[in-house]
Design a protein around this ligand. Structure first.
Ligand code: AQP
Length: 347
């Protein structure tokens, strides 16, 4: 008979989340993740944030670009408000506990669970015989990222919900298999008006840093002119904005722009619709562009400043990795013990 599994309430609250440096960060990453990360840090909870470079190589990355994107991602975190003195900020590959626990979780997760992951199906498409094994195993490594710190809460965008459910399943199965109450059953935190920002060219696809069309997304490195031009050209429909949110039900592109406005201005989507009821996109889009530029330009400027000193970014990531290692290593040592592995090497 297995012991009851602990609920997250019995673990010290700890936030973990990550972003892949698989390209430049987008407005989707900012609203769905980064902005939330800063809020959690400012709430005073222990926060650990990671550029998940080992996830990035599940699809091909040019080595020099990967290094550059990792530094740029770190600069984006800091420019958006992550303070390395208050949050732990590092890149995943510098803390080997992630890969080690990832392997153990590969042996806990079931093929059937992994085969149901919709992000794998979307990314592999018709090419599933030819994608990397890492892409298939990605969610088990993601579970390791989180559970190497016994994180209780993970702020993410809507697209990561299924992977978080898998993390919970892995924690429960590990606890049950080994009859321990070791890992928390982590809660996803999916909050805000823009948990799924859609492509500016196609309201049925999420905005993504790896979309081949640069017009589909706003990059955190875009300048004011690029942001305004992309919003001006964003796909919409010929109708004016409706009186209520209900009127946006079958208008995904219009709904997306309203959500973006709401998230950037800190309002609800309902109040944005109330404010712009009856307005044409010719009126709404310039207001949205103005708001986006006002919110994003300071971040871009600060990122550019930070990127002028890559050695300092590397130092910040190195320090963060040491702090992360200090938390993860004792947890991993306990895992090895629980699993039955001999640890007799003198170091
Ligand atoms: N469009 C989005 N709207 C809201 N949140 C989003 N996130 C990503 N896209 C959106 C959130 O950002 C965090 C980091 O995501 P990731 O880099 O780990 O990978 P992803 O979800 O696969 O994001 P991308 O931009 O689409 O990357 P690529 O193109 O490399 O696959 C997560 O919390 C995610 O929910």
């Amino acid at each position: 008979m297995s012991e009851p599994v602990q609920t997250p309430q019995t673990f010290t609250p700890r936030i973990f989340s990550g972003i892949q440096p698989s390209g430049g960060l987008t407005l989707g990453n900012y609203l769905g993740a980064l902005k939330r990360f800063v809020e959690k840090q400012d709430e005073g909870i222990e926060t650990i944030y990671c550029l998940v470079d080992m996830h990035a190589i599940t699809v091909w990355q040019d080595p020099e670009k990967l290094r550059q994107q990792t530094r740029e991602g770190a600069a984006a975190f800091i420019a958006a408000g992550i303070d390395p003195a208050r949050s732990i900020l590092f890149n995943q590959s510098q803390v080997t506990a992630h890969a080690e626990l990832g392997w153990i979780f590969n042996c806990v997760a079931r093929m059937g669970w992994m085969s149901r992951m919709t992000q794998f199906k979307d990314k592999a498409g018709k090419n599933s015989e030819n994608v990397s094994l890492g892409l298939f195993a990605y969610p088990a490594l993601m579970a390791a990222d989180i559970l190497a710190y016994k994180a209780t809460h993970v702020p993410v965008g809507e697209d990561q919900k299924q992977h978080l459910e898998l993390t919970r399943d892995i924690a429960i199965k590990f606890n049950n298999d080994y009859k321990v109450n070791f890992f928390p059953v982590t809660e996803p935190v999916i909050e805000g008006a823009a948990t799924r920002v859609m492509s500016l060219r196609d309201g049925s696809k999420k905005m993504s840093k790896s979309d081949p069309s640069d017009q589909s997304r706003i990059n955190l490195t875009d300048d004011a002119d690029a942001i305004s031009a992309k919003i001006r050209k964003a796909k919409t429909d010929p109708e004016p904005l409706p009186e209520t949110l209900d009127g946006l039900k079958d208008r995904p592109e219009a709904r997306n722009l309203v959500n973006i406005y709401a998230a950037l201005s800190g309002q609800s989507a309902e109040s944005v619709v109330a404010e712009f009821a009856g307005a044409q996109f010719g009126t709404f889009k310039p207001r949205l562009a103005e708001l986006a530029v006002a919110k994003l330009s300071p971040i871009t400027t600060e990122m550019n400043r930070l990127m002028r000193d890559p050695a300092e970014i590397d130092r910040i990531l190195g320090r963060g990795a040491e702090q992360a290692e200090a938390i993860a290593r004792p947890i991993l040592n306990d895992v090895y013990d629980i699993v039955g592995m001999i640890r007799s090497r003198q170091v």
